[in-house]
Design a binder for this molecule. Structure first.
Ligand SMILES: C[S@@+](CC[C@H](N)C(=O)[O-])C[C@H]1O[C@@H](n2cnc3c(N)ncnc32)[C@H](O)[C@@H]1O
Length: 397
């Protein structure tokens, strides 16, 4: 039997299904009594012509299942195992999000939040791309799925990360990719084993009119060799990998820059290269922001800045450095004419490094205001050097 808060959650689902504002439900974190694990299930409303369907997918079954929308049947499906019991659930509607969450002691609460899917298209042709198909051959080549195209148990976290990433890029660049006549170009800097490079390329290939041109770059020769041989085996003609240092790469004509978890200032080297290449879109997940952390430490905790109140606590000082480094990046990117946003890339239980900074070139951004804000942040926190500022000084003219 659902507890009262779960019932409230189900009633909210029912109401939004009835009044047509329902968009999506995501259920996650099964309780330990129910087997625990990283189980996640989602129900997406899909509109195809005059008909409405629900796509159900979870981290166990590789293919999404579709059923005609029947409100009662859908609610019954949400209530039954293996979906219940869960510790976290979010209902997305056109007007608001509705959360169900249990704390560590298992006490539930429900609350409303701002609508994060307001205006998101539920057209059949778009929605089918939201879910990563586990049968894509590159996933098998990367060891994420088995010969049968099922996600290997130990690889659920990786699969989920890839699926989230594909979902993010689909939302942000799907229309651009589908509408572009020439080949889309992409660079993945610090690509590592190429999980997300293959995923992004495969996505671009499935949506673009012409073969994309994609390059993964990393200093590790062994991973580059492995990625190149997999790319050859898969017949991915437009995807190559190069053993190189980001900071030594030359600007290219670039649509999409990817730099995920490139260490410390390698993220800034990647963004600087993207700016020189006049990138149109970027997706970057920062990692180990040591440069600013060292400056905050050196400044001490009696500098007279209000930020001393934070930096007096070593753990919080580290967090402060992370936040300041990334906000400084965002302001600098705005100052070069990019609209930027922060989003959560992977669920927190997978990695603490789950913040993504994403953006697109946008002439309406107030560049002078952003640069003034960057300078204000520098002064307030008391740091002198930021790698992205240093690496792009000559671009300011
Ligand atoms: C944490 S891994 C992330 C891999 C991949 N982007 C992902 O998110 O799965 C960071 C990668 O960046 C590479 N890297 C770090 N500094 C680099 C540099 N200056 N030039 C090229 N690659 C670099 C490392 O070799 C490593 O493979």
């Amino acid at each position: 039997m659902p507890n009262p808060e779960q019932s409230q959650f189900l009633e909210a689902c029912q109401a939004s299904l009835k009044d047509g504002t329902f968009k999506r439900v995501v259920l996650s974190r099964k309780t330990s009594e129910a087997g625990g694990g990283k189980y996640r299930a989602s129900f997406d409303l899909v509109v195809g012509g005059k008909k409405r369907f629900v796509d159900f997918s979870d981290t166990i079954v590789s293919e999404p299942q579709r059923s005609a929308l029947d409100v009662d049947a859908l609610l019954a499906q949400m209530e039954q195992a293996p979906i219940f019991p869960f510790q976290s659930a979010v209902l997305f509607t056109e007007s608001h999000d509705f959360h169900y969450a249990e704390n560590r002691k298992g006490h539930p609460r429900v609350y409303r939040a701002k609508a994060s899917m307001k205006g998101v298209s539920q057209d059949h042709n778009r929605a089918k791309n939201y879910v990563l198909n586990a049968k894509r051959p590159y996933l098998k080549g990367l060891g994420v799925t088995s010969d049968k195209g099922e996600v290997i148990k130990k690889q659920y976290g990786k699969f989920r990360q890839i699926a989230n990433f594909v979902e993010i890029i689909d939302r942000d660049i799907g229309d651009h990719v589908a509408g572009s006549d020439g080949p889309i170009s992409m660079l993945d800097l610090g690509c590592g084993k190429g999980y997300l490079t293959f995923a992004a390329y495969d996505y671009l290939r499935s949506r673009a009119k012409t073969e994309p041109r994609a390059t993964g770059i990393d200093i590790k020769k062994n991973v580059i060799d492995l990625c190149n041989s997999l790319s050859d085996r898969l017949g991915f003609d437009g995807l190559t990998f190069q053993n190189d240092r980001i900071e030594q790469d030359k600007p290219v004509d670039l649509d999409i820059l990817i730099a995920l978890h490139a260490c410390d200032t390698a993220t800034d080297d990647a963004l600087a290269l993207g700016l020189r290449s006049n990138m149109q879109f970027f997706f970057c997940a920062p990692c180990c922001q040591a440069q600013i952390a060292a400056q905050i430490l050196a400044k001490g905790t009696d500098s007279g800045s209000d930020f001393d109140l934070i930096s007096q606590f070593p753990l919080m000082r580290r967090r402060e450095a992370d936040v300041v480094t990334d906000v400084a990046r965002a302001l600098l990117l705005q100052s070069f004419g990019y609209a930027v946003k922060f989003l959560e890339f992977t669920p927190l239980e997978h990695t603490l490094k789950n913040v993504m900074l994403a953006g697109r070139r946008d002439d309406s951004v107030d560049r002078d205001k952003a640069l003034a804000e960057y300078r204000q942040l520098k002064k307030a926190v008391g740091f002198e050097v930021h790698a992205l500022e240093e690496n792009t000084r000559d671009l300011r003219g």
